[in-house]
Design a protein. Structure first.
Length: 455
């Protein structure tokens, strides 16, 4: 049931419950305080009556018991509730004299004491106190009925019982109205969010300029939608490019096989067809492997543990490994190394693949007679790796996109083979090393790719 309630209604219920407890606690404490203050006032008036009797004794200064009884009786007649005043000495009752005392003599204890009691069907506040005067101890008792005090307490209680529900109802209605107004932008955000799908990810939530949580939530959702839109566009482009790249070798394999099977041919022709099919199959395998690597990087499944290694040794090995290919293309491939071991934290397999991608690209796009140089150098806090070529260079408008998947700067580059995934994989490896590949290029002069690894 609670799960089906709206947030506004739940807030109102919780607010009402807290308010009810607060009002009940406030009413109870106020009731206790009012009772205490009223009783304290009663006690002060009773104490003033006893003090008045002491004053009579001290001012009149009479010693005759009959005269003293007369003076005290006159005092009792002049004060409110005087008939509830009783005075006794060692020889008997002085006040109210010959009249029947209202309270029994057993209440006139020779000690100071306040008490609340019921007598003859009524509630009284009674104060007893001994008065010492000229060697005689007078036991005094003064009392006052509590009907007025009880009436005030009762009226206050009734007022609370009448006001608390009214205040609670008004507060609940006001709280629900305020919560609905406060949450109205949330309903609008929900309505707009429900209308957004994969087909219209460019749509954005309206951001209320309130400077509060709703504005921050709307801005955050818009940022999420922006990232989602970018990711979906990337996936769509990746899917389209991957389909295009895979369709070409599949079509080549099918066409070659159909031509070979159309009529009987000599063994050499069949071997040629099979070599073409093998070449296209290898291309598909490389493309699939590259796509799988990038997919793992996207899902953060790539684990490249780093350890200290000498980059000079790796660069020398890779230059020697690609020397014959460079020589066959008429390109000079060489290494420029630091004078001492270039030790950095790196993953050997990852850096090897990164350098192979950069060297392969440099050899592809450098004409015969050109040069490719792989360099290591010291930089602030690490070792820099660079691959510089004297090839055709990259146009300025293409530089921001060369690390995007399946991107090719022009058709000439696409004819050089490859699916446009190499630099994406190289950048992914650089990111795994907490670095980034930077590129400098001038069309017609050449390019330089470099990154820095932490020592």
């Amino acid at each position: 049931m609670m799960a089906r309630m709206s947030v506004g209604l739940r807030l109102t219920i919780w607010y009402s419950a807290v308010l009810l407890v607060a009002l009940a606690l406030f009413g109870f404490l106020t009731w206790i305080a009012l009772d205490h203050w009223l009783m304290r006032g009663v006690d002060e008036r009773l104490a003033q009556k006893v003090q008045g009797m002491r004053t009579v004794l001290e001012v009149e200064g009479v010693t005759d018991r009959h005269v003293l009884q007369q003076e005290l009786s006159e005092f009792a007649e002049e004060v409110p509730d005087g008939r509830l005043i009783q005075i006794r000495d060692s020889r008997g009752l002085l006040v109210p004299g010959a009249n029947e005392p209202f309270f029994p003599a057993s209440l006139m204890a020779v000690q100071t004491e306040y008490r609340t009691m019921s007598w003859r069907g009524r509630a009284f506040r009674v104060f007893t106190k001994p008065i010492e005067y000229q060697g005689e101890t007078y036991a005094t008792l003064v009392a006052t009925p509590l009907e007025d005090v009880r009436a005030v307490i009762r009226d206050f209680r009734n007022l609370l019982l009448a006001m608390v529900p009214c205040v609670l109802i008004v507060a609940c209605l006001g709280g629900y109205w305020i919560s609905r107004r406060a949450l109205a932008p949330v309903d609008e955000i929900t309505r707009v969010a429900r209308s957004i799908s994969v087909q219209n990810l460019s749509k954005r939530l309206i951001v209320p300029q309130t400077g509060d949580e709703l504005q921050r939530m709307s801005e955050t959702w818009n940022q999420v939608l922006e990232r989602l839109e970018t990711a979906v566009k990337r996936i769509r482009r990746f899917t389209a490019d991957a389909s295009h790249e895979l369709r070409t070798p599949v079509a080549m394999i099918r066409a070659t096989a159909e031509l070979a099977l159309r009529r009987d041919r000599d063994p050499e022709h069949y071997r040629k067809s099979l070599r073409e099919i093998e070449h296209e199959a290898e291309r598909m395998s490389e493309l699939t492997a590259s796509m799988l690597t990038l997919a793992r990087a996207d899902s953060e499944e790539v684990d490249l543990p780093l350890q200290q290694m000498d980059l000079n040794a790796l660069v020398e090995e890779l230059v020697h490994q690609n020397a014959r290919l460079a020589e066959a293309k008429g390109i000079r491939l060489r290494a420029e190394l630091t004078g001492k071991p270039a030790v950095a934290a790196a993953n050997e397999a990852g850096i090897r693949r990164l350098l192979l991608i950069l060297i392969d690209n440099a050899l592809k796009y450098t004409p015969a007679g050109g040069s490719v140089t792989v360099m290591t150098s010291e930089s602030s806090g690490g070792i820099s790796l660079s691959v510089r070529d004297s090839g055709e260079g990259i146009q300025a408008e293409a530089l921001p996109h060369i690390f995007e998947r399946f991107y090719r700067a022009d058709e000439a580059r696409s004819r050089n083979g490859g699916a446009g995934l190499g630099l994406s994989i190289a950048q992914m490896i650089a990111h795994a090393h907490r670095s980034r590949i930077e590129v400098e290029s001038t069309p017609g002069t050449g390019s330089c790719f470099h990154l820095t690894l932490q020592a």
